[in-house]
Ligand binder design. Structure first.
Ligand code: SF4
Ligand code: MG
Length: 327
């Protein structure tokens, strides 16, 4: 039997290695205190994985996570625990993470109680105050999750995250399941909390209009890599990367007047078989021979702006009047 176990172990050990998929390639992203950084891309591009890594829910194989300039993995345990509380993730469906048999007030108050953050208040008073802060009637604390609407449950999910006094919220499609009018209300709540509590956000969304209203800067991902990072207004006004442009053209936008919009051609490739060179080349209208061979690096293309494309010259190296820079 020992032989059999050893053989089985060897087989199991071999399998994951053979099927290993790189979901996220070298990705370097910093969020400044108080900033809202939007992260966009089609589903399957790796943005949720990046969010989970940022939130500490998923350990990357390589690379580091820095918080206030310090490597989280190298922190003493107490500091690491404090950091973990300081970063909270808010998911798309708070319903799934709320225990259906627990009164929401208990769920909220307990999170703070466990970590000794009640600051002298009773668990009930603490929960009532948080419900008030997210725009819900504190009298609702005694209700169960199924007694709330989708928008109210989103607020409860936010209240529960706030219970541990985070400084940084990672929101993954946090309003995607809501009706548009309710979405707007919850987005306003996020902005309001940002002002009141000085929160920092990584806001992940496939919906460009959501990010447009919320983010100071936007990072665009394609197949596990950042392809463009820019201040929001500049990115929407003048996208540098062909993929960003295609994403913007694929949705009708009143401000840009593109009433005739172009759906993105083709599908995002599988991370199991990523295209050679620039992973976007099979869908890119500007693809050149070099694009099939060389992976373009993310590099500065203007003040505060980064892009990974052979067509976009790095700032300072190629004159911006170069004919190739304006496809
Ligand atoms: Fe298109 Fe080439 Fe730029 Fe990739 S590197 S986005 S294929 S032009
Ligand atoms: Mg996702």
């Amino acid at each position: 039997p020992e032989d059999a176990v050893a053989r089985l172990r060897a087989r199991l050990a071999g399998q994951p290695a053979a099927r290993r998929v790189t979901v996220l390639h070298e990705t370097d992203l910093a969020v400044a205190p108080g900033e809202v950084l939007g992260l966009v891309g089609e589903s399957g591009c790796g943005k949720s994985t990046l969010g989970r890594v940022a939130a500490g829910l998923h350990a990357p194989d390589t690379g580091r996570r820095l918080w206030d300039g310090a490597d989280v993995a190298a922190m003493p345990p107490a500091q690491e625990r404090a950091t973990a509380l300081g970063i909270q993730m808010i998911f798309q469906d708070p319903h799934a993470s709320l225990n259906p048999r627990r009164r929401v007030g208990d769920a909220i108050g307990e999170a703070a109680g466990v970590h000794g953050l009640l600051e002298g208040a009773s668990q009930a008073d603490f929960a009532a105050e948080l419900l008030r802060q997210v725009g819900l009637d504190p009298a609702m604390a005694d209700r169960f999750p199924h007694q709330f609407s989708g928008g109210q449950r989103a607020r409860i999910g936010i209240a529960r995250a706030l219970a541990v006094q985070p400084r940084f919220l990672v929101c993954d499609e946090s309003v995607a399941a809501l009706d548009v009018s309710v979405q707007a209300q919850v987005l306003n709540l996020f902005m309001d909390l940002r002002e009141r509590k000085g929160l920092t956000y990584l806001f992940i969304s496939h919906d460009l209009s959501v990010v447009h209203h919320l983010a100071d800067r936007v990072a665009v991902m394609y197949l596990g890599r950042l392809v463009e990072v820019a201040p929001t207004a500049e990115l929407f006004r003048e996208p540098a990367h062909p993929y960003t442009r295609a994403l913007l053209d694929s949705v009708p936008r009143l401000d840009a007047g593109n009433t005739v919009f172009q759906p993105l051609k083709g599908e995002i490739a599988s991370p199991l078989a990523p295209p050679s060179g620039c992973a976007f080349h099979p869908r890119c209208p500007h693809a050149m021979a070099v694009c099939r061979e060389q992976q373009p690096a993310l590099q500065p293309v203007a003040a505060g702006r980064f892009a990974a494309c052979h067509l976009v010259p790095a700032c300072g190296t190629v004159p911006s009047t170069d004919s190739q820079s304006a496809p």
